[in-house]
Design a protein around this ligand. Sequence first.
Ligand code: GLC
Length: 723
Amino acid sequence: MSFVSSLLAQMTLKEKIGQMSQFNNDDDEKLENSVKNDDVGSVINEVNIDVINELQRLATQESRLGIPLLIGRDVIHGFNTIFPIPLGQAATWSPELVETCANIAAIESSNSGINWTFAPMIDISRDPRWGRIAESLGEDPYLCSVLGSAMVNGFQGENLSDKNSIAACAKHFAGYGASESGRDYNTTNIPENEFRNVYLPPFKALADAGVSTFMASFSDLNGVPVTGNSWLLNDVLREEWKYPGPVVSDWGSIPQLVTHGFCVDEESAAFEACQAGVDIEMASDTYAKNLPLLIKNNKVSLEQIDTMVNRILLLKFDLGLFDTPFTESTLLEEKLNSNHLNVAKQVATKSCVLLKNSKQTLPLSKAKISSLAVIGPLADDGYEQLGTWVFDAKPSQSITCLNAIKKHVGDSVDVSFSKGLETSRSINQEGFNDARQIALSADVALMILGEEAILSGEAHCRSNIDLPGCQEQLINAIYETGTPIVLVIMAGRPITLEKVLPKVDAVLFAWHPGTMGGPAITELLFGETCPSGKLPVTFPRNVGQIPLYYSQKNTGRPASDATFVDINDIKVRAPQTSLGMTCAHLDTHFSPLFPFGFGLSYTQFEYKNIKVNKHLVNIGENVEITVTISNVGNFDSEEVVQLYIRDLVGSVTRPVKELKGFQRVYLPAGQSEKIVFTVHTDELAFYNRQMKLKTEAGLFNVWIGSNSDTELKTEFEVVIQQD
Ligand code: GLC
C-alpha cells in the first residue's frame, strides 16, 4: 500500500473533511487551534515565514496524524520582484521569458513558505471592459496555451518537491472571460462548440503540461454555475481529460451557489460542489458544516470523500511536504536580488508595444534634444506602475520613469517634470498650466498616462475604456503648445485611443510594467533597445465594437472596404438597402484600432517568398511553411514572426484566421533569414458538428507576417490518404 493510501486509511471523517477546508488567515488563534484539531488542510494569504513554520509545526507535530499544510497565495506576476502584468508578459510572445518570471516568483515566494500559487490565469479574454483581462494572457487560445504552459513549468520546475518549486493552478475553469458586458462575476453563455474550441484549449494544454491544481470559476456557465457543474468538473476534466489533481473552489464560490439561485441552502451547495468534484473549499466552511450530515444521510459517499482527499494528500506528497514541511529563509527579502531585477527589466522592455512612431520621433537622442518635459500622474509613481494583484512587493523598490530618465540623460538633457493631474482619474485641471509651461520650453513632451493599478483586476471593470479622468484634455493642452508629444501608457487593458492618436507623435504601450518599468521604458525611448512587443489582445476603436477579436467568423455577409459606408457619407433618405448590407457599424469602421499581434519596431521588416513544402498534405503528416524575413531598416531588432491559418470550409464554421505558430527572432539591420514553421495536421483539429475533435480535409490558407492583418499568404490542402 502506498504512503498516501495507508495514511488515508488511518484518517477519521473529521480529518478528511479538514483536508478539504482552506482557511483564510484572518484570526491567528482560531487558525492555530483549527490546525491542531485537524480541521485545516490548507491556508491562504499567510506570507510570514515564522507564522507559516509555526503552522506547519502545529500541523506536523501537534495534530493526530501530522499532515502538513498547503500554503496558498496569489503570486500572479511576481512576489517581491514584480514583473509586467500577465497581459504585458503575453505581449513578449516569449515562453522562455514568461517561464523565467514564474520561476523567479516561485523562488521568492517559496522562500517565504508559500508552496501553492493561484496562477496562471488562462481565461480567454476578449472584452477589455473586464478588469481581469489584466491578469490574462489575452484573446487567443494558442498563445494562451503556449505561455500558460511555460508559466506552469516556471512555477513547478523540474520536480515539484524541489525547494523552489510551488504548485501552480489553472484558473478560472472555465469560460469566466466571457462574463457578459465585461462585468466581473457575470453570467456566461457559451455554446459547447465555442466552449471547446476557444475557452477550453488552454486548460487542456495546462493539464497536459502537468499543472498541479485547477480552480473552479465563480461564473454561471449556461445556467449551471461552474462550482456545481458536474459536466465540466467530472465529465470533461476527469472522464475525458483524466486529470488527476485537486480542484479548489474560488473564494466563497460554494456558498455562492445559493446566491446564484442554483441551491436552496448551504447544505445543498456543499452537496452540489462535492458531487461536481470541488476537492478543496477556499475561505468558506460549507463542507465543514454540512458534509458530516450529507455522509450520515448517505447523500455523499465515503468513497467520494476518499477520492477527493486522496488527490489532496498526493499533492502534498508530490510537493515533498511530508519530508520537508518547514522553510529556511535564504533570500535577503529586504534586498531585491539583482538578477531578478535584471530579468524584470528585460521582460518589461520586451513587453512594451510601439503603437505609433510618426516622423521617426523615437528613439530620442541625447544629441538631438537638450530639454525634455516629463508630464503625467504615472511618470513617477512606483506603486501604480506595479499593476493589479500585487501584495508582497515594496513600491519604494520600483524605479520610475522619471528617475530612470534622469539617471540616463545625466546633465546632457534638461529634464523638467509636472504631474499635470494628481491621479489618472483626476478632473481638476489646475496642474495643466504648469505642464503647459514646461512643454513650451522643451524639445519633446514625454507624457506618461494611463490607468492607476486599481482600475483593472478583479471586480475593477469599466464601461468606458478611454483614458480616465481629464488625461485626454491634458494631451490636448500639451498638443496646443506645438511641442512634439511622446505618449507612454501604463494600463491593465487595451485603451480606446482613436481620439488621442492624431494629437501625439509616438505611442509606447507599457501595460503595468512592474518594478523595473522605468529603466525598461527609458531604454526603449532612447533606442538602447528596439521595441519588440506584440499585442496579445485586439485594441478596439471604441467600446461599441466590443467584443472584437481577430479570429472572428466570416459570417454570410463579411464587412469590406468595398461595401463600408461611413455614417457621415450616407445620403439623406438613402434607400433601405443601399448601405452595404454587411457585418459593420455605420458609425465606426469595422477594423480594430490595432490588430492582435501588432507592434512596431524602430526598424522595418520585409516578408517575402512564403512557401509550403507540399500542396497536398495527408492527414497525420506535417506541412512545412517557410518565409524570408529581412531587416530593411537601420536598427538591429527582434521581431515576432507569426503564422496564421484558415480552414476555409468546416462542418462548423471556422475563424477567418487562427494563430498556429510564432517565433521571436533577432535580426541585425540589413540581414535576412529564412524562417521555417512546421505544422502537423493534428494542430488543425477542432470540435466538429458531432462534437468530436477532428481535422477535416479541405483547403487551408496560411499566412506569415508581423501581425494578424498580414496579407502574405499561400495555401495547402489536407487530404485523406487513399489506400
Ligand atoms: C479571488 C479570485 C481568484 C483568487 C482567489 C484567492 O476572488 O477570483 O483568482 O485566486 O480569490 O485570492
